[in-house]
Design a protein around this ligand. Structure first.
Ligand SMILES: C[S@@+](CC[C@H](N)C(=O)[O-])C[C@H]1O[C@@H](n2cnc3c(N)ncnc32)[C@H](O)[C@@H]1O
Length: 278
């Protein structure tokens, strides 16, 4: 079942937390001259127009990137992220939002390597069209969970594994834990960044407990919910689980989250937390 299209959701509040984390992790890898590998297991279409019928239909980006675009952020990461999104747009107008592949391709160096996996035939085609001339990039229409086996360990021995499933099918939750365990057996020193939705706190927390029980090392959880849990609006927030995070990430995100929350809050009860789950 592949009915999810990220074009309906690009630039929403959850993309902001997800891509701020991605940018932080890529910038960290860029500090060393040595090449690295980026694996995007669920890549999506790669790049989005915010005027497409899909984006206009849900208008989710208006409670996400449009808020940041209209603001004068103080935190350096928010300033930098706003500048990054501006670089995909022209004349100070917000027309486009990059997906994780476009963000990675922009920040990575000529010697680095990207592998992008996407199963939806239309999004795979869009993704391939965008990157077919970029020699660093390989796009595959194959299962992203299986890619953790097929692509790891990378020859560079440094890398970011970015895992952003649509969770359309409930089995994704268990498949993900298995795939990450598999990945870690092959590439223990990689950084793994996993996005998850907060739909019902109890279910989300039970899944994270399973993650902890799977014995994954150095696990950091960052969660942000701009909507109150009781809003009855489906996804009220989202989070990132990061395995092997840079030591500075927790401190840096502690200073970022209050401003991000103030920017994105809907109602009066935005919530954010950061926990080291070792
Ligand atoms: C949340 S979207 C990805 C968004 C993208 N990572 C970004 O940040 O711009 C999830 C994508 O995963 C794709 N997908 C679903 N199951 C998959 C699988 N098993 N392997 C690869 N892609 C899959 C969906 O078609 C969808 O495009």
């Amino acid at each position: 079942m592949l009915s999810y299209r990220h074009s309906f959701h690009a630039g929403n509040f959850a993309d902001l937390l997800k891509h701020l984390t991605q940018v932080y992790l890529l910038n960290y890898l860029n500090r060393k001259d040595k090449p690295y590998f980026y694996l995007d297991t669920h890549a999506g279409a790669g790049f989005y127009s915010l005027h497409s019928p899909e984006a206009e239909k849900t208008a989710e980006y208006r409670e996400g990137i449009a808020r940041l675009f209209a603001a004068d952020p103080k935190h350096p990461f928010l300033k930098e992220f706003k500048a990054l999104i501006s670089s995909f747009n022209t004349a100070e107008r917000l027309d486009f939002y990059p997906g994780s592949p476009a963000i990675a391709a922009k920040l990575m160096r000529p010697t680095d390597r990207l592998a992008l996996h996407e199963l939806h035939p239309k999004d795979y085609q869009l993704l391939s069209n965008t990157f077919h001339q970029d020699k660093r990039v390989r796009v595959e229409a194959s299962d992203g969970f299986a890619a953790l086996k097929a692509q790891l360990p990378p020859k560079e021995r440094r890398g970011l594994i970015f895992i952003d499933p649509s969770y359309e099918v409930k089995t994704d939750y268990n498949l993900l834990i298995k795939a990450v365990k598999n990945g870690l057996e092959r590439f223990a020193t990689g950084t793994y960044a996993i996005w998850y939705p907060v739909l019902q706190a109890q279910t989300t927390n039970a899944w994270i407990k399973r993650f902890q029980k799977a014995g994954l090392p150095n696990l950091l959880k960052i969660e942000h919910s701009p909507l109150p849990l009781t809003s009855g609006q489906g996804m009220t927030g989202s989070g990132m689980l990061i395995i092997n995070p840079p030591y500075s990430l927790a401190t840096d995100f502690k200073s970022l989250l209050p401003e991000l929350n103030a920017l994105l809050i809907q109602g009066t009860q935005g919530k954010f937390l950061l926990e080291e789950l070792i």
